[in-house]
Design a protein around this ligand. Structure first.
Ligand code: ADP
Ligand code: ADP
Ligand code: MG
Length: 493
């Protein structure tokens, strides 16, 4: 078979996207930092970007940064979920494509289908793949058929709590009850014995109903002290499937990632190769297209088990970009335009380590309670190896209707020890005032022995309650800055 032409030079590539593949104008069906991230990719590719916003997001950074923007009206919650309205806005504005970002409609097969039906390219896989992988039972079945190991568990959805109890006895405690259509860490509970199972069963069902509109739940054996290892995949419609190495997302709180690292400091080269190959096999088995992530758990003996596949851009994609130099969002757009991937597997190399800190407007000292409000002052850190993907600025009000994650600090360095030193410097450089954030908590993580050793599992946050024992030095620093500014002003400098 003749291999498809590859466009390596940015200008040639922009030319091809614009003229041969008809993505001139792209609507971003999202908000916050990810909308800004996608707008940046558009700007570099010569594509006109179109933002959408609800009333609550009128002053959002994505609205300021996009070439055009359109209102979605007053409904802050339903606005970004209104399929018809979004597709109509895209059509009306003359867009050829929609990027869904993460969250919201990014894993909604109906949305992908509607876009396709109305002649708009959806930047992601086909509706059928999204549907199949969004159902964790169907995904498990596809993996079993492809010879990818899965966590032992129920063959289908659980019928009732008695069936669950019999199955748990067979699999052996501890077990996990999980929402079949779950995501974002919700609808997952560990059960250590039958009493806990009976207690949690209805809770998980009602969480699943509330969050995902489905009562379906299933069971998996709980892997003890697991590492969350996931692999970034890129696939085009010419049959090319490559991986961009793994990320270690073991540092989580309530099954939600807080800190992500690439590559994992906990894998040997042989394990790295193994998990990369497993992920490519998984993607090929479902004829995957576009960017995706195959998530695995690694047990204490270093065995990998498929957990789920996310058929979208992931929050933590920048750490992979930092170690490989690949722009994942630009590759997504190329692939959706029908172009082949820019790289073959052997052209993908990695260098050093990267870490991402989720800067959430939350108070770690108060059970991570969201801390919305006005950002009185904001300084983004800079310097070598530092990248900030954010949606905040001085004077911005973080609206209470959405996610508390307001920025991501991404740091790269040549080796693990330098990474820790640089990350400490960058977190110290970052100033977010007016709301409480996870910055001081992240500094404590960097100081912990386990982190410095590069050894942690998904129980890390629970095992280290002392991480919230920091004293807040920031106000003092802010005060010093205010005094310095006043002196400068007084001197008329
Ligand atoms: P990852 O990309 O690593 O899977 P998460 O699971 O934390 O990251 O985030 C993805 C999921 O979390 C989404 O599917 C959604 O449920 C929720 N989410 C996170 N951030 C946002 C956001 N900014 N807007 C809407 N939903 C979000
Ligand atoms: P989501 O779709 O919400 O991201 P996942 O299936 O990816 O759900 O699981 C999220 C997290 O929950 C994992 O990263 C891991 O910490 C924990 N988890 C899920 N399944 C298991 C399991 N079988 N054993 C141990 N931990 C698990
Ligand atoms: Mg997951």
């Amino acid at each position: 078979m003749k291999s498809p032409a590859r466009f390596k030079d940015t200008e040639v590539f922009a030319y091809n996207v614009r003229d041969a593949c008809v993505i001139h104008k792209l609507l971003i069906a999202n908000r916050g930092e990810i909308a800004v991230r996608i707008i940046r990719a558009c700007a570099e590719m010569g594509i006109t970007s179109v933002a959408v916003y609800t009333d609550a997001d009128r002053h959002g950074l994505h609205v300021k940064k996009a070439d055009e923007s359109y209102s979605l009206g007053p409904d802050s919650l339903a606005g970004y979920l209104n399929i018809h309205r979004l597709v109509n806005v895209a059509r009306g504005a003359g867009c050829d494509a929609i990027h869904p970002g993460y969250g919201f409609l990014s894993e909604n097969p109906q949305f992908a289908q509607n876009c396709a039906r109305r002649g708009i390219r959806f930047i992601g896989p086909e509706a059928e793949i999204i549907r199949r992988m969004g159902d964790k039972i169907a995904a498990r079945e596809a993996m079993i058929a492809a010879g990818v190991p899965v966590v032992p568990g129920s063959e289908g959805n659980l019928k009732d709590v008695d069936e669950a109890a019999v199955l748990a006895e067979k699999i052996g405690y501890p077990v996990m009850l999980k929402a079949t259509n779950g995501g974002g860490g919700r609808g997952i509970r560990r059960c250590d014995d039958e009493a806990a199972l009976r207690h949690n069963y209805e809770r998980v069902r009602s969480e699943a109903t509330k969050a995902f509109g489905s009562t379906e739940i299933f069971m998996e054996k709980a892997i003890v002290n697991p590492r969350h290892i996931e692999v970034q995949i890129l696939a085009d419609r010419h049959g090319n499937v490559i991986h961009l190495f793994e990320r270690d997302c073991s540092i989580q709180r309530r099954h939600q990632k807080l800190v992500e690292i690439a590559p994992s400091p906990q894998l040997s080269e042989a394990q790295r190769r193994e998990v990369g190959e497993l992920a490519v096999r998984a993607a090929r088995a479902v004829n995957y297209e576009n960017a995706g992530t195959v998530e695995f758990l690694m047990d204490a003996d270093g065995r990998f088990y498929f957990m789920e596949m996310n058929t979208r851009l992931q929050v933590e994609h920048p750490v992979t970009e930092m170690i490989t130099g690949v722009d994942i969002v630009q590759e997504q757009i190329r692939v959706a335009a029908g172009l082949p991937l820019t790289y073959t597997q052997d052209q993908i190399t990695r260098r050093g380590f990267a870490v991402e800190f989720r800067i959430n407007a939350e108070d770690p000292k108060n059970d991570f309670l969201p801390s919305f409000g006005r950002i009185t002052r904001y300084f983004a850190p800079g310097g070598p190896g530092v990248r900030t993907d954010g949606a905040i600025y001085t004077g911005y009000h973080i609206p209470p209707h959405y996610d508390s994650m307001c920025a991501k600090l991404v740091v790269w360095a040549m080796d693990w020890d330098s990474l820790i030193r640089r990350a400490r410097r960058a977190l110290g450089d970052m100033g977010v005032y007016g709301v409480k954030t996870t910055i001081p908590y992240h500094l404590e993580i960097l100081n912990s022995e386990a982190f410095r050793q590069g050894s942690f599992d998904t129980g890390y946050v629970d095992a280290h309650p002392e991480l919230t024992d920091y004293s807040v030095r920031r106000p003092t620093r802010e005060l010093a800055a205010v005094i310095a500014a006043a002196i400068t002003a007084h001197k008329g400098l």
